[in-house]
Design a protein around this ligand. Structure first.
Ligand SMILES: Cc1cc2nc3c(=O)[nH]c(=O)nc-3n(C[C@H](O)[C@H](O)[C@H](O)COP(=O)(O)O)c2cc1C
Length: 215
């Protein structure tokens, strides 16, 4: 039986993304976020409007979506309560955030040049997607914004690719890091055969993928 509750947050579990963007001085910023979902070769990213990442995205229109595996949880956690904004905004200061200039160094991750955008990839993340901002949508009172980004390049470690293919991620090998109610988890094994998965993945190919092939 259901009972009525009013949870403070509704973070039921989404994958963690490490967003790399470029600061005004050309150095990279790297920020964990998890209000993300994908449709085709686009992603919607929910970000605090005052975060350094949101400001960098609006100014440069470019980012890399680095997807950490569950094994990289310690690196992600080292970025918690940090910001690339200096001075630290008042509300963040109250919550214990502090300014970190070198987020890649702080996480222990290695910046690697991207091909179609200026922000670097994080070499240790099994998946990295270069993307550009297509639209910015306010959420609620505008304190958060949804960034609609279009992916231009997808990079993957050999270990998460389906052997013998160049267009498939193996979901049994890919172990995303999941944030649920501010805590970090991995995924368990497949729990049931999937009827949806009878649809060949190539049926989902759209114009953004074709566009990316020309870049
Ligand atoms: C696991 C994790 C998930 C997070 N998810 C989000 C998110 O979805 N949206 C957001 O705005 N902030 C999220 N945060 C908080 C940001 O990382 C935080 O605002 C940070 O200061 C942003 O860095 P920046 O100011 O350098 O851009 C998350 C933090 C962690 C550790």
């Amino acid at each position: 039986m259901h009972t009525r509750i009013q949870p403070n947050i509704l973070y039921f579990g989404t994958p963690v993304v490490l967003l790399s963007t470029l600061n005004e001085d050309g150095t990279p910023n790297l920020a964990p976020m998890s209000s993300a979902f994908w449709l085709g070769w686009r992603a919607m990213l929910g970000l605090g409007a005052r975060s350094k990442t949101a400001q960098n995205l609006i100014r440069t229109r470019e980012c890399v979506l680095n997807l950490p595996s569950d094994a990289l949880a310690p690196a992600v956690d080292r970025l918690a309560l940090t910001t690339g904004s200096n001075p630290v905004p008042e509300r963040k200061h109250e919550r214990g955030y502090r300014y970190v200039q070198d987020k890649f160094g702080r996480a222990g991750l290695t910046p690697t040049p991207s091909e179609t955008v200026k922000p670097p990839r994080a070499a240790e993340c099994p998946v990295a997607m270069e993307a550009v901002v297509e639209a910015v949508h306010p959420i609620g009172d505008g304190g958060t914004q949804a960034f609609e980004v279009r992916v231009q390049r997808v990079w993957a470690h050999e270990a998460v690719r389906t052997p013998g293919t160049d267009d498939h991620i193996d979901p049994d090998a890919w172990r995303p890091l999941i944030m649920s109610f501010q805590k970090l988890y991995g995924l368990g094994p497949q729990v049931h055969p999937s009827t949806l998965a009878t649809i060949p993945e190539r049926f989902y190919r759209g114009p953004d993928l074709e566009h990316a092939r020309t870049l």
